[in-house]
Design a protein around this ligand. Sequence first.
Ligand code: WT7
Length: 644
Amino acid sequence: MSHPERVKVMPEIAAHALVNRAQYDDMAARAAADPDAFWAAEKDRIDWITSPTKIKNTSFTGDVSIKWFEDGVLNASVNCLDRHLATRGDQVAIIWEGDDPNESRHVTYRELHADVCRMANVLVALGAKKGDRITIYMPMIVEAAVALLACARIGAIHSVVFGGFSPDSLANRIQDCNSNILITADEGRRGGRKVPLKTNVDAALKSCPMLKSVLVVKATGTSIAMTAGRDVWYHEAAAAVPAECPPEPMKAEDPLFILYTSGSTGKPKGVLHTTGGYMVWASFTHQYVFDYHEGEIFWCTADVGWVTGHTYIVYGPLANGATTLMFEGVPNYPDTSRVWQVVDKHNVNIFYTAPTAIRALMRDGDAPVKRTSRASLRILGSVGEPINPEAWYWYSHVVGDDRCPVVDTWWQTETGGTLITGLPGAIDQKPGSAGLPLPGVKPLIVDAEGRELHGATEGNLCLADSWPGQMRTVYGDHDRFIQTYFSTFPGYYFSGDGARRDADGYYWITGRVDDVINVSGHRMGTAEVESALVAHPKVAEAAVVGFPHEVKGQGIYAYVTLISGEDPTDDLRRELIIWVRKEIGPIAAPDEIHWAPGLPKTRSGKIMRRILRKIAANETESLGDISTLADPSVVEDLVANRAA
Ligand code: WT7
């Protein structure tokens, strides 16, 4: 099917949009000419206890120091709760839709405020203090949002670990930030199945002596083990504390949260975000990117365990006084019409999801969508990976009935919120392109030597200057922060992505240029999967690469060399897949395992991943130069035995 390459701004959207093209151009010009003046004005979208006088103080060279609004004082939970009570205390803050279609909950701002205060008081009673790291390992229930905000209220730093991660992954993250308190639930629910969160916690805590208290929310009511002196039922503790809790005054640069994310090497990094800049960025981007209007119902389908959930389920929408929808389930349960039924049930106006979900739903055809009305929908968003034009048009045409703009949003855990997008009332969409930089964002493309390339070009995507939502450091390892993001191309923040810029200045993300795989919009480090594989007693060596996958975007392709004497059987293949699921979590499970008697290595012993990626993608005609390999015959063998 052929589609237009440019989809014009819809006049009916532009007529009521917060920002039209002229306004976007004006904002971008002002933000570029005088960042201090621009952000001094934008900071007022947030309530400050002490309003900052210093605005931007950032450097991408030397020790790299990023400070925004540094003499300001605020509390993030106050911005999401207290400040709304007078005007919209009885408005719904969170609509919770259960995994079971018969279960939903509406929580007003006043109720959410009381719940957050109660949990904050419980945390204080457990000994929590400002600056403590509190780990959150929760299902998608209202108490997950309450937990984030309760930490923010008392100045504790939350570290959310996605509920799909294994006990080992949870333990590593607890140890890395030396967390003393953990908030979890008895069990989670997803697609009719149970997730044994508390059991995973018990396994993880065997190697976490620093963790002293576990606060357990009763979600399903299943029977679980409680360890005396360590584990506390939330409902019991909450009944004993008041529903008022004074907010801790936080300096703008005091940490708000840590979120672990995968890189090309080593263990996941603790991305650290601070309070003032992040809140300004969350509010600014949520409002403009989605053209959010007062009273609208906003649904971001992410899990709170990812940054998308932090910024666009919790902090952005609640800072802006929106109604945010939290969905416990999955898109195809009980059937493939579920997402659109939820849209109709709760009159969702703005819907934000990932291309992988769109492609999965697309495979089930138009009927499950067309059975529903979707008349409430106004704006559709996409995030996590490049959206292929085919999926873009299906989303726009079948889901949006050609009347809802589709906004792609490029960003990362590190960026706090969206950086590149097409504002729905201002910018013509080019399906497959992320769009243009938001005001105050300065992308640039550099070649392999770090030279800036101008005009229409392709290369490595960097940012030339800071924006308020930028991460400040890697928790406990500022050198790693400098090394990872500022050393490849000195003077710039390097995203790890490749991008093309067209003649109109639109950015087209071409994918990661490092050893990170983007599986269903989630980042997985190849090194992490490799170390899980080699931890298996029968594996001698492993090399992991990404390969094109119809639904996931990229799949995980693992080359495995067994120790001598071990047979490469289908049983062992299944065993290794289950092994990786257990070691890291289901999202890390290899899609393909390729038995490799040897791996292509240079004479100095470096694995040539370029060749492995080609073989995985079945592009064996274009392997390129293999003459530098220690043993070129290894490649012939791999090509001959490529997984079907
Ligand atoms: C990586 C960041 C941002 C929240 C979700 C993922 C890829 C993200 C897009 C997009 C093309 C995208 C990039 C980026 N990515 N959004 N709209 N178009 N690629 O956050 O886990 O930190 O992953 O996701 O490769 O570097 P994350």
